[in-house]
Design a protein around this ligand. Structure first.
Ligand code: AQP
Length: 334
């Protein structure tokens, strides 16, 4: 193997990729693929921590894989696969679960938030999900994990589990570091701009998917929640809606915040929302064109994810065997 560092990242097939996932994650992954050994996974086992409709999930998994390719990730350069096709993820997850504590799991902010929404019957998967995420990362001797602010706590847990295991059973895992992309934006909901944009939001106007038609994109931006003072100024505390639109515009056009404020000085929200919508439409247009072609070629997608799973399994099984041996399980002879 070469001396490139290893990166692991993934997206849940819990909906169509949003401009949040794209501008915050996928776009920067594309820039990493020449410099690093990258594992890009469709984390389907994470999506089932909340109940899914099977036929819809199956379609979303394939579509998400095609969206990875459409966004510029190259299956030849990267190892791209479905998490459930590499059983070592589930197996290592159990071994790590046996080295995890209830206290640390129930303290996770995302668990607290998602379990509130789940009501009386909180699924165990929601609690254990960060251990599965740790397994995803640790199987590949990952050096760096590109994460948004929302995932930092889970990465910290992966680091803790790696260090705990290394201390208990001798040096085994690489302890991963967070990778903060240079131009990674955090995109907020268009309906509730103090919460992040999520692909599984119930309100369809809260997010823009990378496959939304131009007229849908324009309508969603026209309806985006702002405020009443009609000034295009970046102010997270007092003007979260307008600030979010400025950041989206900046992420799509490359213009600085200062330049955007100057450009729209004296203009109203109507003009600005139209400009943001148009910038987003132009950003996602080439992805949509690519997607339309790729998604039709089922045989190509299948070949890519099968080869990806084979490559991933090779490294993952080596790590898993090491962990099983160190924990005292009898060597597998098949
Ligand atoms: N709004 C966002 N802004 C910037 N980055 C974001 N990411 C997600 N939302 C934003 C980044 O996308 C990657 C994959 O996320 P994920 O699908 O694994 O889970 P998530 O973070 O929970 O994304 P969603 O869209 O909010 O999914 P649901 O609705 O299922 O919970 C991560 O790198 C994340 O930081």
């Amino acid at each position: 193997m070469d001396d490139k560092k290893t990166i692991f990242s993934g997206i849940q097939p819990s909906g169509c990729v949003t401009i949040g996932n794209y501008l915050g994650a996928l776009r920067s992954w594309k820039q990493l693929q020449d410099e690093y050994n990258c594992y890009f996974c469709v984390v389907d086992l994470h999506a089932i921590t909340v109940r899914q409709t099977p036929a819809e999930l199956r379609k979303r998994c394939i579509d998400l894989y095609a969206q990875y390719i459409a966004c510029g990730l190259d299956p030849e350069k990267n190892v791209m696969f479905f998490q459930s096709h590499v059983p070592a993820h589930s197996e290592l997850s159990w071994l790590l679960t046996c080295n995890s504590y209830m206290g640390e799991m129930s303290r996770m902010t995302q668990f607290k938030e998602k379990s509130k929404k789940a009501g009386a019957n909180v699924g165990l998967g929601l609690l254990c999900y960060p251990v599965l995420m740790a397994a995803d990362i640790l199987l590949y001797n990952t050096d760096l994990v590109p994460v948004g602010a929302d995932q930092k706590q889970h990465l910290e847990l992966a680091r803790d589990l790696a260090i705990r295991f290394n201390n208990s059973y001798s040096e085994t895992f690489t302890v991963p570091e967070p990778y903060i992309p240079k131009n990674g934006a955090r995109i907020m909901s268009l309906a509730e701009p103090t919460s992040k944009m999520s692909k599984s939001a119930e309100n369809q106007n809260a997010f823009v998917s990378i496959l939304d038609e131009p007229d849908v994109v324009m309508k969603k931006f026209a309806r985006a929640v702002t405020d009443s003072d009609n000034k295009i100024i970046h102010d997270v505390q007092n003007k979260p809606g307008v600030t979010n639109l400025i950041e989206i515009y900046s992420a799509c056009t490359g213009a600085s915040i200062q330049d955007i404020e100057n450009q729209f000085l004296g203009k109203g929200y109507g003009d600005f929302k139209k400009a943001v919508g148009e910038a987003v439409v132009e950003t996602i247009r080439p992805i949509q064109d690519n997607f339309k072609h790729i998604v039709q070629d089922k045989a190509y997608i299948e070949k890519c994810f099968t080869e990806g799973a084979m490559k991933a399994s090779y490294t993952a099984n080596k790590t898993l065997a090491k962990v099983q041996r160190k924990m005292g399980l009898a060597s597998r002879k098949l």
